[in-house]
Design a protein around this ligand. Structure first.
Ligand SMILES: [Zn+2]
Length: 248
């Protein structure tokens, strides 16, 4: 990133904010999977279902039946199965592009193709939740996403306490490489004690996960810890409904 790109990324923290108050009886944890690799659709979903909870899968339709970063991506059948089992499908652009590196017209095209793809699976166009591919957010991308999506999720940044910016939701990256310097356990403790919202994101879920994924065991343990801490575990969409109902 050059200096102008860095500045725009930094400034986007303060632009187009849509603040949702977080007033609840308990903390909430949402598990999300970027790109929806096949392993996330199968082993990731199973790890959540074992605990009776569901997750959010951010899908780039253009990756369907493809290979991304050496990993088998979702099939359409796998996505349909996720929906049927009560998971949520969100938008991750269609072509899996850095939406902060394309112009507004290209972004609109990406969002429309993605919405059409998801609508074909039965996902409502009006309540789409988005995740910035590669966590790439800047002022322009955030503005366009704010106009189009119910929520837009970045990567990293930690637990929301008291309020969340729906146009740049933060996460804990549950990656094998642990890039955040703050542990999941610490961020979960904040969510539980301050009745906040922790969104977790990862990619593939397999025993030989790469640096941006995790093992089925680590995921299952993270879900168990959240429930043991007294948090509710729900999809990003369900969490938004949950917080919105309590915000008024
Ligand atoms: Zn991605």
């Amino acid at each position: 990133m050059n200096l102008a790109q860095r500045a725009s990324r930094f400034l986007s923290r303060y632009t187009d904010r849509r603040l949702l108050p977080l007033r609840g009886e308990v903390g909430v944890v949402s598990f999300s999977f970027d790109d929806a690799p096949m392993s996330a659709c199968v082993a990731g979903a199973a790890a959540l279902e074992r605990h009776g909870v569901r997750g959010t899968f951010y899908v780039a339709g253009g990756l369907t039946d493809g290979v991304e970063e050496g990993l088998a991506c979702h099939s359409e059948a796998a996505l349909r199965r996720l929906l049927a089992d009560g998971h949520q499908l969100g938008c991750h652009s269609f072509s899996h592009v850095h939406v902060n590196r394309i112009d507004a017209a290209r972004r609109r095209e990406e969002f429309e193709r993605s919405a059409a793809f998801l609508a074909g699976l039965g996902v409502a166009r009006e309540t789409l939740d988005f995740a910035y591919p590669f966590g790439g957010v800047n002022v322009g991308a955030k503005h366009d996403c704010a106009l189009r999506f119910r929520s837009s999720r970045a990567t990293g940044g930690g637990t929301h306490v008291g309020v969340a910016d729906l146009n740049a939701l933060r996460t804990h990256r549950l990656y094998r490489a642990e890039p955040d310097g703050v542990s999941y356990a610490d961020r979960l403790a904040v969510a539980a004690s301050q009745r906040g919202w922790l969104v977790v994101n990862t990619h593939e879920v397999q025993d030989d996960a790469g640096p941006f994924g995790c093992t089925p065991g680590a995921l299952s343990q993270a879900v168990a810890q959240a429930l043991e801490a007294g948090c509710r575990v729900m999809t990003v969409g369900a969490a938004l409904d949950h917080w919105t109902a309590r915000a008024g």
